[in-house]
Design a protein. Structure first.
Length: 175
């Protein structure tokens, strides 16, 4: 029996790194998985998706660094105790990430927001706003830094009016 015990130990030693690697590269989904829409050739690594308060749309060829958080949920800070835990919107805080975008390691994206095609969210950023196609956003809170390449240099930062209209379009108001 000593041999089989040693064999099991050797097998465990050989498998452990592979198991740890797999767990470190497995995304987590909090909420209704049907609210997550993933394009083709998307690299998720260990991204956390919180779908409590909206949908998340990932375009083709989107990729994430490690420990990225996409959060649609929020809680009502004016509530207390258990009520605060359950007082959150169920819709209206969607996150849309355009084709070819890159969200680097340890970035947190809080919806509602849109990250444009081929845009970049820098490592460690806290994104609370939209990022136009082909722009780099960085910082905490993230701000627009510059276009990723000269071809996007003519893409202007969206005007305040345009951002306001986009925000209104994402929210439903009772009539």
């Amino acid at each position: 029996m000593g041999d089989s015990s040693q064999d099991l130990e050797r097998l465990a030693d050989q498998l452990a790194p592979h198991i740890v690697q797999k767990l470190a590269n497995t995304p987590s989904v909090w909420g209704d998985k049907t609210r997550l829409y993933i394009g083709v050739n998307v690299h998720l690594v260990n991204t956390l998706f919180n779908l409590s308060s909206g949908d998340i749309y990932l375009g083709d060829n989107v990729f994430f660094g490690h420990n990225v958080c996409l959060l649609t949920g929020t809680h009502d800070v004016s509530c207390f105790g258990v009520e605060r835990q359950t007082a959150y919107p169920r819709t209206g805080r969607d996150i849309v990430i355009g084709r070819g975008a890159w969200v680097a390691s340890n970035a947190t994206v809080i919806g509602p927001c849109t990250i444009g095609e081929n845009a970049v969210v820098a490592a460690g950023s806290l994104l609370l706003r939209d990022v136009p196609d082909g722009w780099i956003a960085a910082g905490s809170p993230a701000v627009l830094i510059r276009p990723v390449s000269p071809e996007y240099a003519t893409t202007e930062k969206p005007s305040l009016l345009r951002r306001l209209l986009r925000w209104i379009g994402r929210h439903r108001f009772p009539m």
